[in-house]
Design a protein around this ligand. Structure first.
Ligand code: SF4
Ligand code: SF4
Length: 425
């Protein structure tokens, strides 16, 4: 696409062109410094570079073309929103979580200052007219997970057409019943939006598509157990981030190709860092594009990241939806069962997360766990303490970090990470 065509498309979406140009310039520089500077990258990383270079270009054009052909676009902020139902309704689903400090002052006119940057970022992107995905959405789905999000959605619903899905905070049978009924309510909202009835055949097909995407990401995760690490944590995080934007069928094919290349690399004993480089599992809050600060600091401090225990990572891909039910009721039961396994810190109790982190660290041959919490995020700050105790009990070295999207603390964080990595070497 030409620059003029990009600009015309963004103008049509009513973006603030000048501010948006500034954002893309910063993103491009950041990407060059953090990604393109890496050595020993896979050939398949060209796909990642291309998607990122066109993240506000060709992908948005595809979405606009789909809209012109009558498709609806649904935006989400949480892995509790089942893509299976969205696809079964013939709609496109895109993730709207944002990982950049932009529009903060504007955001603070709508949400309190003491709100995490993930929330401030998506509110700021909307108010500053910076995100072509948000502006392409016909419906945005919020969920009652943390307090920060659910109150922010109240304010955000003044700006966008929203559907709020209730996600329970416990996992008793009555909570499962509640979530199952919320799936039905979401299904009905999609049917109203698109004019398409969600049939058993459509849901079965959509479930296969979403499971195939998860299987490709599971395959990638399994390959990362190898020493030397065959792919950097930065590239693996980017793959997980792109999984929320790109067309799911194309994404799956590309990631499987990339895994073929990684398999050959593992068989040849090759990697992105020498064998015995300290291996870290990153756990905690989701990291949305372009929140690459901590992975970059870790991987420039003599360690390699081998897994992400987060919603932009394992929490989103670990569990498959059962494909065996033949009727719609059975399929909705299967969806409820699959999604209620998500071990988000918004649940109480949430002890399975502690076991899952320890098991993941073991499976990936990690030497330590770094817990990442966003400033002002209560659920993950509480769990950082519990995870610390559980890792100590399991004999796994542990470092808890709380930060935000700013770069002011980068030097201090690097010193802490380097000191931690030294203890592992
Ligand atoms: S951390 Fe919790 S609220 Fe955030 S995306 Fe994951 S499941 Fe949703
Ligand atoms: S990072 Fe924490 S506070 Fe922010 S949206 Fe996620 S769960 Fe809520």
């Amino acid at each position: 696409m030409s620059d003029a065509a990009h600009k015309a498309m963004w103008e049509k979406l009513d973006l603030d062109i000048e501010a948006h140009d500034g954002l893309l310039a910063v993103l491009g520089k950041f990407y060059g410094d953090i990604y393109l500077s890496q050595e020993g990258r896979l050939k398949g990383a060209e796909y990642l570079d291309f998607v990122l270079s066109e993240v506000h270009g060709l992908r948005i054009k595809e979405i606009q073309d789909a809209k012109a052909a009558g498709k609806k676009v649904v935006g989400t902020f949480c892995v509790f929103v089942p893509e299976e139902l969205t696809l079964a309704a013939g709609a496109v689903q895109v993730g709207l979580c944002a990982g950049a400090k932009a529009g903060t002052e504007l955001a603070e006119t709508l949400v309190p200052r003491g709100t995490c940057d993930l929330i401030k970022s998506f509110v700021g992107f909307k108010l500053a007219r910076l995100c072509p995905y948000t502006e392409s959405c016909d419906l945005i789905v919020g969920e009652t997970t943390c307090d920060g999000k659910k109150k922010a959605y109240e304010a955000f619903s003044q700006l966008a057409n929203m559907h709020i899905m209730e996600v329970p905070q416990c996992k008793a049978p009555c909570d499962m019943t509640l979530f199952r009924s919320e799936l039905v309510r979401y299904k009905e909202a999609l049917e109203t939006l698109t004019g398409n009835a969600i049939t058993a055949a459509a849901l079965a097909e959509a479930t296969k598509v979403v499971n195939a995407k998860r299987r490709a990401l599971q395959r990638l995760s399994a390959l990362r157990a190898a020493d030397p690490a065959p792919i950097s944590g930065r590239d693996a995080l980017l793959i997980n981030q792109i999984s929320f934007y790109d067309d799911p069928v194309r994404f799956t094919a590309k990631i499987n190709e990339l895994c073929d290349e990684i398999e050959a690399r593992v068989a040849a004993g090759q990697g992105v860092a020498p064998k015995k480089t300290p291996r870290l599992l990153l756990a905690g809050c989701p990291m949305a594009v372009p929140n690459w600060k901590l992975p970059y600091l870790i991987e420039s401090s003599g360690a390699v990241i081998v897994g992400e225990e987060s919603c932009i990572g394992e929490r989103n891909t670990r569990d498959l939806t059962d494909e065996t039910p033949a009727d719609l009721d059975g399929m909705l039961d299967a969806l409820a069962a699959r999604y209620m396994q998500i071990d988000c810190a918004c649940f109480t109790p949430n002890d399975e997360r502690l076991d899952n982190i320890a098991a993941l660290a073991k499976r990936l041959n990690a030497d330590g766990v770094v817990h990442y919490g966003l400033l002002f995020c209560q659920p993950y700050a509480h769990e950082a303490m519990k995870v610390g105790k559980a890792m100590t009990a399991a004999g796994i070295p542990y470092l808890a970090i709380e930060t935000d999207y700013g770069m002011e603390d980068a030097g201090q964080l690097k010193t802490r990470v380097e000191a931690f990595v030294e203890t592992l070497a």
